[in-house]
Design a protein around this ligand. Structure first.
Ligand code: GLC
Ligand code: CA
Length: 557
């Protein structure tokens, strides 16, 4: 189903040769930069970032030293959930660009040596998708309804939802349609869940994978990969939760992380292998870490959320690193790392808030209570970045982190876009504070992002974290990223690490098998560095020693 002319859909017998810098092998050590398209750069003054804006910044991305970009959804969408409600999987949203502009972006990235991964959203479409529109118009029990999860309700007149399961964005995952049936949506009501037992759904997604591969993409970030296979007849769990830390470890959840989800992705692997080099994929699988290795086997990579969750606590960082390394050893894949993404707080704010702070309460106060320590937060984000980039495997950096942006905590509530705000009854402020457009120049009010009105307001303090401002400062967070990414490329070898059992438990000391040391000081006192050549530090040393909130890279000589 698509408004775009279909590509040939059948399986290719002879692999289609692709000319690309991103291969399954190079991806194992890649640094991937996540672009949130609507907030990257607007080229035509409508306040929405677009493909032409991205293409104009390919030199910036190349200079940053990344190996691939991951594009969050840019498809036609009613934007009920930032584009994760896709109305047409094989097209570009008109206000983001055209397919020709997409092709031009891929060509520009590839010729700069940068691979391209796009987000694919298989759990649900947008409610404006032609199939859902058709399903609503069709009879209960019809083939059109079978592509989604429609059920009759409980109660004498079916007035109660089929069960009392919650959704991620609200108290129920069911919404009733005028003829009395209910449809399932694990996220917003505008995100109806597909029925993956339906053969047409399975085939259509394979067509979509081929469509983007034929337009040059190198792979996919698979959204909510754990949620796709469902068995609504499975015995109801004692606790129906959607939270990662509350999911069963035996795959018995009726709708999340079921073993059968991997059958779907094994089929996708066959599509990936129709190309030479094959396509790659990374799963966003909100599953217990003990079960996440299965996604490595079926898709190639799985995100690790462990570092994202960690606050500025050395024990937490150490635990996260060890757990992620163990996951990669178990699964035979490479470890993946991220400090943030478009769903969570900016790193510089995460580490600048007091330990244990209630983040939502802070956002609800407009960033006033408790007080954010921006100096320490920024220093720690730089230190955490160097620590993360010293680790083996694939690292993911969310746009704006290279500038050290803080969370925009004081967005006016009447401008919020995240469905969490409305669906929570205005008690959860949501994720918009990390989705504010990027500041490119130092002069306001729109910092070079747009000549019009940005789709989310940009704060005055962006003037001190703009690209232009940081270009002029050799000690900027941007400059640090450039140096670190260049060195990371050169230093990569082997995937084993040791966490040195330092005397101080306030230090996290990574030792790579090639003699590359990364030492991060989480404590209040300066510490000694290992002997060797000092490669890079996230902040100035103090008399040759490593001060608090700082990381140093040392090459043992
Ligand atoms: C993923 C995305 C998130 C989105 C959700 C529903 O978790 O990262 O932004 O809201 O899926 O598609
Ligand atoms: Ca635009």
């Amino acid at each position: 189903m698509s408004s775009t002319a279909s590509q040939p859909t059948g399986a290719r017998q002879v692999p289609v040769a692709r000319d690309t810098p991103l291969t399954p092998d190079s991806w194992k050590t890649a640094t991937v930069y996540q672009i949130y398209p609507r907030s990257f750069l607007d080229s035509n003054g409508d306040g929405i970032g677009d493909l032409t804006g991205m293409t104009s910044k390919v030199p910036y991305l190349a200079e940053l030293g990344i190996d691939a970009v991951w594009l969050s959804p840019f498809y036609p969408s009613a934007l009920a959930d930032g584009g994760y409600d896709v109305d047409d999987y094989r097209n570009v949203a008109p206000n983001i660009g055209t397919m020709d502009e997409f092709d031009a972006l891929v060509a520009a990235l590839h010729s700069a040596g940068i691979g391209v991964i796009v987000d694919i959203v298989p759990n649900h479409s947008g409610s404006g998708h032609a199939w859902f529109v058709e399903a609503l118009a069709a009879e209960p029990g019809s083939p059109a309804r079978d592509r989604y999860v429609f059920r009759d309700g409980r109660g004498d007149a079916g007035e109660l939802p089929p069960n009392d399961w919650p959704g991620h964005f609200g108290p129920s995952c069911w919404t009733r349609v005028p003829d009395g049936q209910w449809y399932m949506h694990l996220f917003a009501p505008e995100q109806p869940d597909f029925n993956w037992d339906n053969a047409e759904v399975r085939e259509d997604f394979k067509t979509t994978l081929r469509f983007w591969a034929d337009h040059g993409v190198d792979g996919f970030r698979v959204d909510a990969a754990h949620a796709v296979a469902k068995d609504l007849n499975a015995p109801p769990p004692p606790l129906f939760s959607l939270h990662m830390h509350e999911l069963p470890e035996d795959g018995s959840h009726p709708v999340l992380d079921r073993d059968s989800v991997h059958e779907i992705y094994r089929e996708w692997q066959k599509v990936f292998a129709e190309y030479d080099p094959p396509l790659v994929a990374v799963a966003e699988a909100v599953a217990p870490i003990s079960r996440r290795g299965a996604y490595v086997e079926s898709l190639g990579q799985v995100f690790s959320f462990e570092l994202i969750e960690a606050t500025w606590d050395p024990a937490w960082f150490r635990r996260s690193i060890e757990a992620t390394m163990a996951l990669s050893e178990r699964s035979g894949g490479v470890p993946t790392w991220a400090l943030t993404n478009h769903d969570c707080l900016r790193a510089a704010s995460k580490y600048g808030l007091p330990q244990g702070a209630d983040v939502n309460a802070w956002l609800m106060s407009g960033g006033i209570e408790p007080r954010e320590d921006r100096v320490r937060g920024a220093a720690r984000a730089r230190a955490a970045t160097l620590l993360m980039l010293s680790l083996p495997g694939t690292a993911y950096i969310y746009q704006g982190e290279e500038l050290g942006l803080f969370e925009v905590a004081d967005l006016p509530t009447d401008q919020l876009q995240d469905p969490l705000w409305k669906r929570s009854g205005h008690v959860i402020k949501g994720r918009d504070g990390c989705r504010v457009p990027l500041p490119w120049t130092s002069n306001g009010p729109t910092f070079g992002f747009t000549t019009g009105t940005p789709h989310l307001p940009m704060p005055e303090w962006f003037t001190t974290v703009s690209e232009e401002h940081e270009e002029a400062d050799p000690a900027s967070t941007l400059a640090l990223h450039r140096s670190a990414l260049a060195m990371r490329r050169d230093l990569q070898s082997g995937i084993s690490i040791e966490l040195a059992p330092d005397a101080a438990d306030t230090v996290v000391h990574v030792v790579r098998d090639n003699g590359w040391h990364s030492v991060t000081n989480f404590g209040d006192e300066t510490v000694e560095l290992p002997r060797g050549e000092l490669l890079l530090t996230s902040g100035p040393l103090a008399g040759g020693k490593l001060p608090p909130d700082t990381t140093a890279w040392v090459k043992a000589t």
